[in-house]
Design a binder for this molecule. Sequence first.
Ligand code: GLA
Length: 382
Amino acid sequence: MNKELLHKIKTNFGEKFDTKPLMIFSPGRINIIGEHTDYNDGFVFPAAVDMGIILAIQKSDSIISTAYALDKHEELQFSLDELKPSTEGSWENYIKGVVAEIQKSGKTIGNFNLVFGGDIPGGAGMSSSAALENSVVFGLNILFDLQLSKEEMILISQKAEHNYVGVKCGIMDQYASMFGIKDNALLLDCRTVKSKPYKIDFKSYQLILINTNVKHSLSDSAYNDRRSVCESISKMLDVQALRDATINDLKKIQEQVTPANYQKALYIIQENERVIMASKAIEEGNLNVLGELLFDSHNGLQNQYKVSCDELDFLVNKAKSNKHVLGARMMGGGFGGCTINLISTEHTNAFTEDVAKNYKEKFNIDCTVHAIKLSDGTKIIE
Ligand code: GLA
């Protein structure tokens, strides 16, 4: 965890509110494979990382609550009785959304102050938003003794995202951030919301992220559109979710859907199968197969589900043409953010230096490289 950031947040809270805060760290996440399968009740393979949100929070005697975003130097004051969403795209909705959903669940909280900051670049597709939501619900649960289980907390975070932020996300991000286990990735069944930890032996390989440092603006509406396509095709198939459909089922209604939507549903069914195949490859220690599955996943996201972008495709193509990279794909919702790469540790520097140079030449933007450490989920820190 980022000691410097921790110190800054603690000091800032002390200066502003003059009480001793409860300190919480809530991580971002990576996802090895299983993209857009979570809201189809399918499988995903995420892990919490050692980057995320640090939150200082404490009860307040005041008649209002105050939240301060250290990175943005912005303050929000609000009354618990008159909550309504702020402008679209504002960080304020993550805080207010969580408070509103706690209240909707029938629990009562009092006023509070908080200061937060993070070290995940926004738009990286590493779920800084889920990390923030989780940190707030986790903190309020302790301060006001709400007796919420972790399972209940992540549902509150997810509903905040649905109702205040306006993204109809699945449960992967909130789950991974809350339930992460050091050195493990989690094979999560998004229907039962239960996971199996995998301690992966990457041998002489490692996972690295390359951030495109772009976030194309259509991402939220495109996300919700994809979700509704999946839901309408599930209805036509008379199944609860695409998780329950086979490729043969889908073929039977092929004439009734547009070719584009057919491909989207097909992608989901295939991606779900890829997650299971990936878990087997990991169990067998077969990193080559895992790598191939990553490339296939990207291919589906790019050409069938259509949530990639030129910058992501460029990075994945670079990875494909380098024999030391076993696999790579875009990660997260899409339209920007990071690629995840399974690469030989020995050749990582040469690869990333070459890619960075080419990327800059092509897009006139710097990409950034992150080594990742699989870490524990949301927790109290000193
Ligand atoms: C975003 C959402 C998740 C998931 C991914 C795509 O991160 O928040 O629920 O759907 O996109 O896999």
